[in-house]
Design a protein around this ligand. Structure first.
Ligand code: NI
Length: 167
């Protein structure tokens, strides 16, 4: 097991846009494996982006299967160089983040997204996600653009909540 330390706000790496991956080698595979293990080591963590573990590459992993609100799930998804090219409908839902452990917030997101990305072997793929998975993907891709969920809050006074412990 190689678990990576989680960077927390206000670590400046969380605010920096990431770089597109160009080399699909064993080093990349090791980083992704470690990100997946790190995500799975935190109870109820359903997504992790490279800046959260101190890496500047445009990579995110997500796995909604362990979340209690999950109805349908694609399981583990690795997104390299992801871009959202279509989004539909909107919902407001409570979000949290390992990098901001003391707060949750209501954030407006699209309920359906279409994403273009590359897999670990360097092969491009496209995926349509809905519901919780669409929300997770938008949260993680925001991380890759140097954006945190608190940046997307519409009203800081009514939509941000302090929590006692990260569950
Ligand atoms: Ni996050």
């Amino acid at each position: 097991m190689s678990l990576l330390a989680i960077r927390r706000f206000p670590d400046p790496i969380l605010k920096r846009p990431t770089r597109y991956v160009q080399r699909f080698d064993t080093q990349l595979k090791r980083l992704i494996d470690a990100m997946i293990q790190t995500m799975h080591s935190h109870p109820r963590c359903v997504g992790l982006a490279a800046p959260q573990v101190g890496s500047a590459w445009r990579i995110a992993v997500m796995d909604s299967s362990r979340h209690p609100k999950t109805t349908t799930t694609s399981g583990l998804i690795t997104l390299i160089n992801p871009v959202i090219d279509e989004q539909k409908d909107q919902t407001v839902q409570r979000e949290g983040c390992l990098s901001i452990p003391d707060f949750t917030a209501n954030v407006r997101r699209a309920t359906r997204v279409h994403i273009k990305a590359i897999n670990q072997s360097g092969t491009p793929f496209e995926i349509g996600l809905s519901g919780l998975e669409a929300i997770i993907a938008q949260h993680e891709i925001d991380h890759l653009d140097g954006k945190l969920f608190l940046d997307s809050v519409e009203n800081v006074k009514t939509d941000v909540f302090r929590r006692k412990a990260y569950l």
